[in-house]
Each structure stands twice: as C-alpha cells, then as structure tokens.
Design a protein. Structure first.
Length: 329
C-alpha cells in the first residue's frame, strides 16, 4: 500500500508558501460573488418573468448554491479566510445554514472522508463506490434530480428527522428541531423575508427553493461522480481522486470556485480553493503531469463512469440522492 505523499516532497518551500496563502479579502469576495450572482439571476426573473428565464436562473443559481457549499467546505478546512472567526462566521451564516447544512457536523464527517478515502469507513463510499453503472441507471438518477424528486426526498428526511426524539414532550421536540435545523430555518426565513420586503415574495420559491430542489441536485451529483467515481484507487495518492479540466460554460453552470481541482485538494487539503489552479500548475511544472488523474470535461467523465454493457439491476446505490449530510467532499 502506498502512503500519502508529504507536501514538502512534491512542492518546493516557495511553492508551498504560495499555495497555502489564505486571504480574508478573497474569502469575503467569493461569498459576496456567489450571492451577487444569485441576486442578478433573480433580478433577471423579476425583469422578464417567464418559464425560460426561471429555468435559466435556476441553473445559474443552483450552481452558486453548490458554490456556497464549496466555500463552506473550504471553511471546514480552515482555508476560506485567514481569520478563524471570519472563516466560521461566513461559513455558517452565508454558506452552510442557507443550504441547510451545518459547518461543525460537516467538518467531523468530512475529515473522516479524508483519512479513509476510498477505503473501509469512508462515509462518501455510498456516493460513488458503486460506479461504473449503466447509462440507463445514470439517466434515471439525473431525471430524479432535475425533476426535484431527489431534493424533495432529502428535505423531507431532514425535516422529519429534526422532530424525532425519544422524549416526545414539546420542549424536547423543539430542542431537537433547533439542534438539527434551527439556524438553517432562520437563515431561510431571512431569505424569504428579504424577497417579501422587496415586493417579490414568490422569488423565494422560484429563485431559491426551485433551484435547490432541481439544478443544485444535478450539479451536486456530477461533482460527486467526477471527484471519486472510477479512479485508480486508494493505493495511489495521485489517483485517489479526479481533476476535471473545464470550459467557461462548465465553470458557470456546473463547477464553480475551482471545485473541479479535486485531486489537488486531496493531495494537500489545506490549500484554499482559489489556490488550487496554482497548485495544479506547480505539480505539472515539477514533473507530475503524467501521474495526475485528470479528465477534460464533465461529458467525458460521464463516459468514463458508465457503460451500456452494465446491467441496470446491479448498478444500485443512492449516489448523490442519499443523505443530505453527504456529498460535499
């Protein structure tokens, strides 16, 4: 079994300093950018309210919702901002809770994924461990995602789970609810209130919940598949994950904030997302280009992880439609 490679073995000291540099300004800007894109897409729907603009906005907003989760992921590694307090504040109030996710719960879960990647005990194994699958099976999964079935099931599970308690007294039920999704509920009520105060209450449903239940589910699944499905395996540090080289449109609609550089993230997990392209450049310059597991474009990724020959009856698994607490790797 091949051990993980120390960062100092693959990068020079100056390269390490460059890729590990964290910035409060950049961290704040990325969070502001995500919400700014959401606001602009929503404004388009207000200006031209019709099915076409709503669908277009859903794709743009859904990708930025994934972006918020990505930025929370960076914060879970302490990498979004230089200031720990700012890192935590942004990740909770502006990234995690609006997406009904909890930073602390996610951090505990996610660090296990990094220590057990593709091995027994990896909590993300349910997402991609059953690949390759048949094209028919993947098509059914994506249809469930884009039609809102996956998102509705996840929200239903979260809400029902938030009320489950051994002691059925009102006080304990409320405490359980608050501990599970209380702050997330407040964050979403704030978003709804902002829409209402601006005179467009329906935007909360058309430009927040609708993208979350549909396109966000699609790009979340695509992200999970691209990162760990059908890679070389746990014994090769350069093959434990996949980096997907993207075009401009893919970065807008599928892979925001450099989430596509996932192999680099697994090689050195404390590198901020905004330094991952630089890390990729350094690795190539240092002679590791042939060792990196990479694919150009998400369509090619889907070709790599599916086959017409695999019987759909044996390609089960929940994938990204499983627990909402999973899938941010």
């Amino acid at each position: 079994m091949r051990d993980n490679i120390a960062a100092s073995k693959i990068l020079s000291e100056s390269q390490l300093r460059a890729v590990r540099a964290r910035s409060d300004f950049i961290g704040c800007w990325l969070v502001l950018h995500a919400w700014g894109v959401i606001a602009v897409a929503s404004a388009l729907v207000v200006a031209l309210p019709n099915p076409a603009t709503i669908l277009l906005a859903a794709m743009v907003i859904g990708s930025r919702q994934l972006g918020l989760v990505i930025l929370m992921h960076d914060a879970a590694h302490g990498a979004l901002c230089r200031s720990p307090h700012l890192n935590r504040f942004l990740a909770r109030w502006f990234c995690g809770w609006p997406m009904i996710a909890d930073l602390d719960v996610y951090r505990r879960y996610h660090l296990i994924h990094h220590t057990r990647t593709l091995r027994d005990g990896d909590p993300d194994a349910v997402l991609t461990g059953h690949y390759p699958i048949s094209r028919a099976s993947l098509r059914r999964k994506l249809i469930r995602d884009v039609t809102g079935q996956s998102g509705f099931s996840q929200r239903k599970f979260q809400i029902s789970n938030a009320f489950k308690t051994a002691d059925d007294s009102p006080g304990n039920r409320f405490k359980r609810f608050w501990d599970e999704i209380g702050p997330a509920t407040v964050a979403n009520l704030v978003i709804a209130a902002v829409c209402y105060l601006y005179g467009y209450w329906w935007l909360f449903f058309a430009c927040w919940l609708f993208p979350m239940l549909t396109w966000y589910q699609v790009v979340l699944r695509l992200r999970n598949i691209a990162e760990h499905a059908v890679v070389k395996g746990p014994d090769d540090p350069f093959g434990v994950a996949r980096t997907t080289y993207t075009n401009f449109l893919e970065r807008i609609l599928i892979a925001p904030y450099w989430v596509n550089y996932h192999l680099e993230h697994h090689l050195i997990m404390w590198v901020p997302c905004y330094r991952l392209p630089l890390l990729n450049q350094h690795l190539i310059a240092n002679g590791y280009a042939d060792e990196l597991q990479t694919t150009r474009g998400y369509l090619n990724v889907l070709r790599e992880v599916t086959s017409q020959d695999i019987d759909a009856s044996i390609s089960g698994g929940q994938g990204a439609s499983g627990s909402f607490g999973q899938g941010y790797n």
